[in-house]
Design a protein around this ligand. Structure first.
Ligand code: ATP
Length: 233
């Protein structure tokens, strides 16, 4: 569904991505691993069109979309839950969800307002609260809920569990598993590499702006030494 070739991305003079290539096939869960600062978020921002690569291409269903506006990527069915959340703090939970609603690219609305609230019962209890009144975990749930309201084909989750209490973290992984089981492709970045590998089909490991290891998640999990060298664990 999404393919990327030879991506080179810079922030000013800093050369961050050094020829990154890979793909996220439809209905496939892909993990993106790597230590801090290795370029994971930059790769996601490049795929989503927040930064334009100096070289290389991003393709969606075989069509070039390199550097397209993030809004256009959203219309192509890519849902993005950014690191640090990205909800509207001055709008209520209900408003945050309703304003994100749109049918999927196939015209279907599998994820309705009601279904999102069933998935996140905590949000159902906070409908009239402003985004800023929510706990960190609730904000994260709202951010995922907003992305689901767009009925995406691919959901990108960047550090969705960061800084959250263990019970909330478990809740978020439960929802990620549920999303995966509906056939939505996912790209997941999380510090907990075991969890990432347990919840994905394949994984890419980045080091210094390059993909240095990739393969089936189960195979990577079975060879923790190779992974440990790359992740410093
Ligand atoms: N807006 C920016 N301007 C300049 N440099 C940046 C910017 N954002 C990130 N960087 C640098 O780019 C490199 C890659 O950062 P990136 O956020 O992609 O890494 P990451 O693998 O996602 O790590 P983390 O888990 O810490 O977010 C880092 O050296 C970082 O300091």
């Amino acid at each position: 569904m999404i393919r990327f070739e030879d991506l080179h991305t810079y922030y000013g003079d800093s050369h961050i991505l050094h020829g990154v290539a890979g793909e996220i096939p439809a209905a496939t869960a892909v993990g993106l691993l790597g230590r801090n600062g290795m370029g994971k978020t930059t790769l996601i921002r490049t795929l989503m069109g927040y930064v334009r690569p100096a070289q290389g291409r991003v393709l969606c269903d075989g069509r070039e979309v390199t550097g397209q506006q993030p809004e256009k990527m959203a219309r192509l069915g890519i849902g993005y839950v950014p690191e640090g959340r990205g909800i509207f703090p001055n709008l209520s939970v209900r408003e945050n969800l309703v304003m994100a609603a749109r049918p999927g690219i196939d015209g279907k609305t599998a994820w309705t307002y009601e279904r999102v609230l069933q998935t996140f019962p905590r949000l159902a209890e906070r409908l009239n609260n402003g985004g800023h009144q929510l706990s960190g975990g609730e904000q994260q749930m709202l951010s995922i809920g907003r992305a689901l309201m767009t009925n995406p084909r691919l959901l990108i989750l960047d550090e969705a569990t960061e800084g959250l209490a263990p019970l909330i973290v478990a809740e978020i992984w439960r929802v990620i598993a549920q999303i995966r089981s509906t056939g939505i492709a996912t790209l997941i970045v999380d510090r907990d590499w075991r969890k990432v590998l347990a919840h994905t089909d394949r994984a890419l490991v980045m080091e210094k702006g390059q993909i240095v290891l990739q393969g089936a998640s189960a195979a990577l999990l079975a060879d923790p030494q190779a992974l440990g060298e790359r992740l410093g664990v």
